[in-house]
Structure formats: C-alpha cells, structure tokens
Ligand binder design. Sequence first.
Ligand code: ADP
Ligand code: MG
Length: 268
Amino acid sequence: MGQITVENLYKIFGSKPQKGLELLKQGHDKASVLEKTGMTVGVNNASFTIEDGEIFVIMGLSGSGKSTMVRMLNRLIEPTAGRVLVNGEDVTAMNDDELVKFRLHNMSMVFQSFALMPHQTVLDNAAFGLELAGVDKAKRHERAREALAQVGLTGWEDQYPKQLSGGMQQRVGLARGLAVDPEILLMDEAFSALDPLIRTEMQDELLKLQEEHQRTIVFISHDLDEALRIGDRIAIMEGGNVVQVGAPDEILQNPANDYVRAFFRGVD
Ligand code: ADP
Ligand code: MG
C-alpha cells in the first residue's frame, strides 16, 4: 500500500515563516508576502491525494515548488504547516526513529545528481540506502544485486561509477532506490540530466518495473512529453500553488488557466 494524502501543506522559507503563513491565510499572494516580510513561499496550501500504485507526475517551471513539495513528503524539508498522511499514518507527527524506519520501508528517493560515491563499487553504491538502515552486509549485497539486475546492470557490480556512462550511473541511482524495496518511490527530476535517447530508455525501464511491482511513484519533471508518457495523473504547480491535478486527458481538454494551457500547447 502506498497512498499519500497531502492536507493544507505549506512551506515558507525565511526567518519568520509563521508571519508569512498568516499573510497567506489572509489571502495575500506569494509576491506580496515576499515584499512585506522577505519570506519566500515554496508551497502554498497544497491538498491532494496520490493513489496506491499510480505514477503521479508533478510538473511546473523551475522555482514553482516541485522539489519543496516532494521533499516534504518524507520530511527532508519540514513543512511550515499542514499534514502528510501515508496509508493514513501521519508522517508529520513521526519522531526521528519512526522517520528513519519510514524512509527505509515506505519511501525512498532517487536524485537527479545520482549522488553516487566515486570510491565505492557499483554494488556498494546500490546497497548504500540499506547500509544507512543498518542491514547486514550479506543481506544488503543480495538485495543490491537483485536491484541491479532489475535495471539491467548485472555484470557491473565490481566496477566504479566513473567507468559507467551517465545513463548507467542513473540506473545505479535507481537501483539504490529499488534495493530498499519501498512502497513509494520519490523521483526528483531523476531523468532530467540524461540525453534524450537514454532518457526514453529509462522511462521504458520504469514503466516495465511498474508493470511488475505497482509501486506508488511520485515523479517530478519539467518536461511535458515525459509527464504524458509516464504519468497516470499529473499535478501542475505554479508559483508554489498546485493549480490543477488530473489525468493527462482531463487536463488537456480542460486546462485550469493560461499557465496550464501554455504548458500543454502543441499537444493534440
Ligand atoms: P522547483 O523544484 O520547482 O524548481 P523549488 O521547490 O526548488 O522549485 O523552489 C520553490 C521556491 O522556493 C523557489 O522560489 C526557491 O527559490 C525557494 N526555495 C527553495 N529552497 C529554498 C531554501 N532552502 N531557502 C530559501 N528559498 C528556497
Ligand atoms: Mg527542483
């Protein structure tokens, strides 16, 4: 199970977040909060539900709040206000120990920069999430081998990251996420640094894995083609606000505003 409910979630960056929150609740917009208090609104009052087993794409221009949003789901960023529930359990109320367990069993994250360690082998890199969680070496190597096999990297276990192409390094990053076998996988622009051909290949890989495992995947992208290709539903963010959530067809047929319309221009 991997259902996520986001309830009235806010993130305000700066020294007086509560002051910024108060202004937002009074109806001031992001620009006026910045002008009045110097606070930056990262996410403004977001509420939506991500269903178990779907690929949920969060799309929007740079600076629209996508990374802030996804990092609040597992509290890599602490929300200023609001709640995140996973399978009905309140993530925002967890203590540090509970959070560590939660990140291990329920939600793991794949980063754009791959975040690989150059002096460790591919196998150890893939096993890193498990190592952090205190899984013993034999067990984590076994699970890392399985995850590397899932992304087509059997035979590369003893190599070092620099011996691999960019696309293969991204696969190692993905294997690291998969090795912990999470219910929910968070992917922040995970494919954005790849060249187009390899990127399409990774999208296919992800869709294939999804057929086998039906995880809940929260996938951030600023690319419409990618969003349409892999997303079951798409959320569109603009200036910290979630302006529309829906299936690609629904959004195409009924865009909520000009920003959404501009994103979807040229698609039939
Ligand atoms: P995206 O991922 O869509 O590009 P971000 O979530 O990174 O957007 O950023 C949303 C807004 O919050 C931007 O205006 C950004 O400058 C601001 N922001 C993000 N992180 C911080 C931070 N640590 N401190 C201050 N402002 C931040
Ligand atoms: Mg980002």
